[in-house]
Design a protein around this ligand. Structure first.
Ligand SMILES: NC(=O)c1ccc[n+]([C@@H]2O[C@H](COP(=O)([O-])OP(=O)(O)OC[C@H]3O[C@@H](n4cnc5c(N)ncnc54)[C@H](OP(=O)(O)O)[C@@H]3O)[C@@H](O)[C@H]2O)c1
Ligand SMILES: [Zn+2]
Length: 340
C-alpha cells in the first residue's frame, strides 16, 4: 500500500475534507505511525479555525494519537516497527534550544513542532512523528479508549501534579468537559479533596460518580464564595473555555493557592486583591512532554482511570469535531480508523 487517507483543513475556517495522499517516508529521527485512533480536542479549533496567525495549510489536525510504528527513518534508535506509541500536542524537541531543554517544547523556535498545528497530526490513517514526541503505550491499554489520555489526560494529570497541592488539600476542577472529566478522576486518585465546578446541574451526578467529593453549580451560587466557604482552594484547575467563567472562580483561591490556567480563553482579568493577601498565583500550563504522557498512561492504568468517549469513524471527522464544539459530547470524541 503506497497511499494514505487524511482529513485535511484546506484553509483557516474551512471544512474538513478527505484527501488521498502518497504515504510519506519518515526522515531523520522520525517514524511513520499507522494510526489506530485520534481524540478530538477543543484545541483542534486552533487549526480548524486558524486562531494562531501564520499557520500554513492544508493541515491535518489531531494531537491525541495512538497507533503502531510501521516505518523507521534514519538514525532511529530504541524504537521498532510494530511498537504501540502515542503522540500528543508536544511534537518533539529539537534537542538544543533553551525552550526544549527546559521542557517548554510548545515554545520551541527551531522546529515549531506542535502536532496537528504546525505539523500534520492524527486525523489520518498514517502520520510522521519525531522520536522525541513518542510515548510508549502499554499493549494492555485499548488504543481507541485511551487516545484522549494523550492530551486531555496528560494536561490535567500534569497540571495537578505541579499545582502545589498535597493530599487532602481542596482542589477545584473547573469545567466538566473533555479535560475536566479526566481531571476529576486524577484529582480524586491523587488524594485531593476534589470539588467539581460547572454551570448547571446536568453534570453533577456524573462528576460525583467520577470521584468528585463536592459539586458547585456556578450558575446557582457564586463559585468563588462557595470555594471560600469550603476553606479556599489550594488549586483550581481551570479547564473551561470562557474567560468570564474563569474570572468568576479565581476569587475562590485559598492561602498559597494556584489557579492553573489550562483553557485557552485569551485575555483574563484577575483581581489583585484575590491574590496578594493570600500569596495566591495564576499560572499557565501546557500539556507536557512524551515522558509526561508515559507517566499519565501508567497512572491511569494503575488507578483504572478512563476517558468516557463517543466514537466516530475517522471519515466523519467534521461531524465529530462539530459534536465536540457543541459541548454536548459525554465527554471525549474519538476518531477510530478502520484498521484498528
Ligand atoms: N493548556 C493545554 O495544554 C490544553 C490542552 C488541551 C486543551 N486545552 C484547552 O482546554 C479547554 C478545554 O478543552 P476541552 O476539550 O475539555 O473542551 P470541552 O470538552 O468543550 O469542555 C469545555 C468546558 O468549558 C465549559 N464552558 C464552556 N463555555 C462556558 C461558559 N460560557 N461558562 C462556563 N463554562 C463554560 C463547558 O461547560 P458545559 O458543560 O456547561 O458546556 C465545559 O465544561 C479548551 O480551551 C482547550 O483548547 C488546553
Ligand atoms: Zn488537546
Amino acid at each position: 500500500m503506497s497511499k494514505m487517507l487524511a482529513m485535511i483543513v484546506p484553509n483557516a475556517g474551512g471544512r474538513l475534507r478527505l484527501e488521498e495522499r502518497d504515504l510519506p517516508a519518515p526522515g531523520h529521527h522520525e517514524v511513520r505511525i499507522r494510526v489506530h485512533a485520534c481524540g478530538v480536542c477543543h484545541s483542534d479549533s486552533v487549526t480548524v479555525e486558524g486562531h494562531v496567525p501564520g499557520l500554513s495549510y492544508p493541515r491535518v489536525p489531531g494531537h491525541e494519537v495512538i497507533g503502531v510504528i510501521d516505518a523507521l527513518g534514519s538514525d532511529v534508535e530504541g524504537w521498532e516497527i510494530g511498537a504501540r506509541v502515542g503522540v500528543g500536542w508536544f511534537g518533539g524537541s529539537c534537542g538544543y534550544c533553551g525552550h526544549c531543554r527546559r521542557g517548554a517544547a510548545f515554545a520551541c523556535e527551531n522546529i515549531h513542532s506542535v502536532t496537528g498545528v504546525t505539523r500534520d497530526g492524527g486525523y489520518a490513517t498514517h502520520m510522521l512523528a519525531l522520536t522525541s514526541a513518542l510515548a510508549r503505550v502499554p499493549e494492555t491499554l485499548d488504543p481507541v479508549e485511551s487516545a484522549p489520555l494523550l492530551c486531555a489526560g496528560i494536561t490535567t494529570f500534569n497540571a495537578l501534579r505541579h499545582c502545589g497541592a498535597t493530599p487532602g488539600d481542596l482542589v477545584a476542577i473547573h469545567g466538566v468537559g473533555g479535560l475536566g472529566h479526566l481531571g476529576i478522576q486524577f484529582a480524586a486518585r491523587q488524594g485531593f479533596r476534589t470539588v467539581a465546578v460547572n454551570r448547571g446541574h446536568d453534570k453533577e451526578a456524573l462528576a460525583r460518580s467520577l470521584g468528585a467529593h463536592d459539586y458547585i453549580d456556578s450558575e446557582a451560587v457564586d463559585p468563588a464564595q462557595a470555594l471560600q466557604a469550603m476553606g479556599g482552594a489550594r488549586a483550581i484547575i481551570a479547564t473551561v473555555t470562557s474567560a468570564a467563567a474563569m474570572q468568576a472562580v479565581s476569587g475562590g483561591l485559598g492561602v498559597d493557592g494556584t489557579m492553573m490556567v489550562i483553557g485557552a480563553v485569551g485575555a483574563l482579568t484577575v483581581n489583585s486583591m484575590d491574590l496578594l493577601g493570600k500569596r495566591a498565583a495564576v499560572r499557565g500550563w501546557y500539556s507536557g512532554t512524551s515522558a509526561d504522557s508515559e507517566d499519565t498512561l501508567a497512572f491511569s492504568q494503575l488507578n483504572a482511570i478512563a476517558s468516557m468517549n463517543e466514537i466516530f469513524p475517522f471519515e466523519e471527522a467534521q461531524a465529530a469535531y462539530d459534536r465536540m464544539m457543541s459541548g454536548k459530547a459525554r465527554f471525549r470524541v474519538v476518531l477510530k480508523m478502520e484498521n484498528s
